[in-house]
Design a protein. Structure first.
Lengths: 114, 114
DNA sequence: TCAATAAATAAGCATATACTTATATAATGA
DNA sequence: TCATTATATAAGTATATGCTTATTTATTGA
């Protein structure tokens, strides 16, 4: 069993990971819909490597999952994360980002693998 | 009115501030009881300046209040913070630290200004 | 008035973080 | 097979962060 202080450290590390506006934005977006890297690049107006590096941190922490579909790699929320309840309680309080996804769709910039 | 993206940035900055085990510990402790700096020094086994610097960040962000009582400056949770609901929802999920305060009391290291 | 105690601040430093550009890897489709 | 597109990774860099030690400021009580 973990000690309480280990738990507080675990929580602090999680919060630090979410304490970046790009990563927090990614987490909110993937809580609404799966997205691929090039969509995040559009959404956040960042370079592709910068987005990839944030995604890697989230993936290393087990917060997101990746699935390749053809050329694209889609990211989604990992609801099996041991602290998922904690993570969800935070994400819930972040303003909704669906309008951003809608804007992408309006510009025909969403990726669809039907 | 603030834009949603400004709000997500505000949230990220709050999470970053809480994303340090010392500051998160301080926030949990002051959510249970007022404490003065020398108590935090004992609780976290850190130097006094290191503790002071963390407290300053929390105070600058408006997360804690300070009250001088004689020689000591006591810190408490600021429940008037605009994002207090968000902050509380996080603090609630952090393991209880009262046992640490009890340990201090057992060593007669708690400060009392009656 | 002055020594002791509590706390804040300043300055310096090592490490962490978030980007940049360049390049490698992987999948597609002509 | 090869150009194109998507993504990851590597290496470099500027800035942020969290400590350290030294010093200043504030309060108490003899």
């Amino acid at each position: 069993m973990q000690t309480a202080s280990a738990d507080i450290e675990t929580a602090a590390n999680l919060l630090k990971l979410l304490g970046d506006k790009t990563r927090l934005g990614i987490m909110k977006v993937v809580s609404e819909q799966e997205c691929c890297v090039c969509e995040f690049v559009e959404l956040f107006q960042m370079t592709q490597p910068a987005v990839s590096q944030h995604l890697r941190k989230l993936k290393d922490a087990g917060l997101v999952r990746e699935t390749r579909r053809g050329q694209w790699i889609f990211y989604s929320l990992n609801s099996d994360h041991p602290q998922f309840g904690f993570v969800r309680s935070i994400i819930e309080r972040i303003p909704n980002q669906t309008y951003k996804l809608d804007e992408l769709a309006a510009q025909a910039k969403r990726i669809c693998c039907d």
